[in-house]
Design a protein around this ligand. Structure first.
Ligand SMILES: C[S@@+](CC[C@H](N)C(=O)[O-])C[C@H]1O[C@@H](n2cnc3c(N)ncnc32)[C@H](O)[C@@H]1O
Length: 238
């Protein structure tokens, strides 16, 4: 559907009719050939804002998928880079893709739930790319609390987002159309597949982050074309 080596429409529909976790297990071998994988210019822009090579000790990429973000984080770390995801299929792909990845920090791949992480004041940076659509409004506080708990004082939570699209834009109608289909699917089919657009938008996300002890800043223009409109949010734990 997206790329000759990507999933067909039938495969995507089958995946969307299972659970979120099982859907990603099925999608994993072809995931990097879909637009759901975070584009390189966004990962590069975020990594630049984190810092230079070996400038931090440790980082965690929450919902790491096939390891796209981890490849960029590893060279920045001197000690450990951790990827957490609940899909065993996605982690298996990440393991393959991280073989020989640049950097020498130890790579840890952890199967776990982003809403129940047990890291305690041990990471300099936590990132989350392309997965904030899996966090519903009901779970936002639990999710951000786990990230705040994982970070050392002064640690940073870094993610890419955008502003709310104007109602006159195609992006507005596409996002709302997609969300309406997902809500209808979840009313008809159980268990739900949790994925929605327009979550963690800037500046609406700010009060949520501040409630959990973060000071935040959003940087525009950090990513190269065609992603120059992406905003990279750096939320620093006070
Ligand atoms: C769209 S993919 C993004 C993967 C990767 N971060 C990237 O940017 O290419 C979303 C990932 O989030 C994971 N995920 C979704 N909900 C999760 C949860 N509650 N706990 C852990 N992982 C989750 C999925 O398994 C999937 O690998």
């Amino acid at each position: 559907m997206f790329h000759p080596d990507g999933p067909s429409l039938a495969e995507l529909l089958r995946q969307a009719l299972t659970t979120t976790e099982r859907g990603y297990d099925l999608l994993a071998p072809k995931f990097d050939h879909t637009p759901f994988r975070t584009p390189e210019p966004i990962l590069e822009g975020a990594a630049r804002l984190v810092g230079g090579p070996r400038s931090i000790r440790s980082a965690l990429d929450v919902c790491c998928g096939t390891g796209a973000g981890l490849r960029h984080l590893r060279p920045l770390c001197t000690e450990r880079v951790v990827g957490l995801d609940f899909s065993a299929g996605m982690l298996a792909e990440a393991r393959k893709k991280l073989e020989g990845a640049p950097g020498d920090a130890e790579v840890e791949l952890v199967r776990g739930d982003a809403f129940a992480m047990d890291f305690e004041a041990e990471l300099d940076v936590v990132t989350c790319f392309g997965a904030l659509g899996h966090v519903t409004a009901r779970d936002e506080d639990r999710f951000v609390a786990g990230i705040a708990r994982a970070l050392v004082p002064g640690g940073r939570f870094v993610f890419a987002t955008g502003t709310r699209p104007a109602p006159t834009s195609a992006a507005f109608w596409m996002a709302h159309g997609f969300n309406a289909v997902m809500h209808a699917r979840n009313r008809l089919v159980s268990p739900p597949f949790v994925m929605f657009y327009l979550t963690f938008l800037w500046p609406e996300v700010r009060p949520l982050l501040e409630r959990h002890g973060f000071t935040c800043e959003a940087t525009a223009g950090a990513c190269e074309k065609p992603w120059e409109r992406a905003l990279i949010v750096v939320a620093t734990k006070r």
